[in-house]
Write a protein that binds this ligand. Structure first.
Ligand SMILES: [Ca+2]
Length: 165
């Protein structure tokens, strides 16, 4: 299991060089790691990630490179919450370097799966599953949260990724 829990204020787990960062419509996205306090408590430990966007579809994401085999099933679990206005969003898993014959399966490149969600005031567990095709020695995976609702805060904590067959 590979976990991202934002403890000690960090956004760079599992050796990812860039860590969590705004990606889509990045100039419209604000993102902070927040410690337990007046603005809310974490789902795990003392720290969590909070993001908002001024344009619908802004995102925060993390990339990692993993030596996983063909047809590996990737499961991502994450806890989300929105204090104040609720947040509609989408959790995506991307294969950023699909092998050429993967396009035969998916018809697009890169390929991904999406889980829509609505976050409310209580921490809620969401999940997404993606199966890689035939692979290169390393597969570049992106976990991405799209924020569909503007001017609302999405809280994210305890993002876990599992590899199976
Ligand atoms: Ca945490």
């Amino acid at each position: 299991m590979i976990s991202s829990n934002f403890e000690n204020g960090t956004v760079t787990p599992w050796g990812s060089a860039s860590g969590w960062r705004p990606v889509n419509l990045a100039n419209s996205v604000n993102m902070h790691v927040i410690q337990n306090g007046p603005s809310g408590n974490a789902q795990s430990g003392e720290w969590f990630l909070r993001a908002n966007t001024r344009e619908g579809g802004g995102s925060v994401a993390i990339d990692g490179s993993f030596g996983i085999g063909a047809f590996t099933v990737i499961t991502v679990l994450a806890w989300v919450r929105a204090l104040g206005p609720s947040m509609n969003g989408v959790l995506n898993i991307w294969d950023l370097n699909p092998a050429p014959d993967d396009n035969f399966i998916s018809g697009k490149n890169p390929i991904s799966t999406s889980t829509p969600f609505e976050a409310g005031p209580n921490w809620t567990l969401i999940s997404n599953v993606f199966q890689v095709g035939t692979t290169y020695p390393s597969t570049n995976i992106r976990i991405e949260f799209y924020l569909s609702t503007i001017n609302a805060n999405l809280d994210i904590d305890s993002v876990s990724m599992f590899f199976g067959q």
